[in-house]
Ligand binder design. Structure first.
Ligand code: HEM
Length: 134
């Protein structure tokens, strides 16, 4: 991604995280997107889960920027979701991304179609890495 695109993404991410219920809204949409997703999060501590997701979003940016430590972090997250552990089906990543983009559309006051394209582009590398552990 171009530095200008990364900067615009970071601005959108900051605006979303400034909205106090952005991560709650994301999990509300994601958990509501399918009974299987709901089942997987049945015993989850969402306060912790939201902290982990916030970190992962920053790590996604650093992976795109070529940071090795961030890539290793995301590889561990990918292993956790892979077939030897949580065994998340590859199709659930579409639900994850659609829920995320929708939460952004509702919480970023400067939302536009361009914002959606930026989020999808920024998440694609990390999601491909996660899917490759299936
Ligand atoms: C790129 C997309 C995703 C990212 C960045 C992500 C990130 C994370 C992180 C950081 C954790 C915490 C890991 C730990 O405890 O060490 C986690 C846990 C988890 N994720 Fe994901 N995740 C993604 C996609 C998904 C999808 C598609 C599902 C499907 C349902 C899913 C289900 C779960 C579950 C069930 C847990 C464990 C919750 C618990 O501890 O109760 N994740 N995820």
């Amino acid at each position: 991604m171009e530095p200008q695109e990364i900067a615009s993404f970071n601005d959108s991410l900051s605006r979303c995280l400034a909205s106090e219920d952005f991560l709650d809204r994301f999990y509300e949409l994601f958990v509501g997107s399918s009974a299987s997703v709901e089942e997987l999060f049945r015993d989850t501590d969402f306060a912790r889960q939201k902290r982990m997701l916030r970190s992962s979003l920053y790590m996604m940016v650093m992976v795109v920027e070529g940071d090795d430590d961030a890539r290793h972090y995301l590889e561990r997250v990918a292993e956790r979701h892979g077939e030897a552990d949580l065994d998340i089906p590859a199709t659930m990543y579409d639900l994850w991304l659609d829920s995320l983009v929708r939460a952004v559309s509702e919480r970023d006051p400067e939302w536009s179609d361009g914002t959606e394209a930026l989020w999808r582009k920024m998440m694609s590398q990390g999601i491909e890495m996660m899917r490759s552990y299936q």
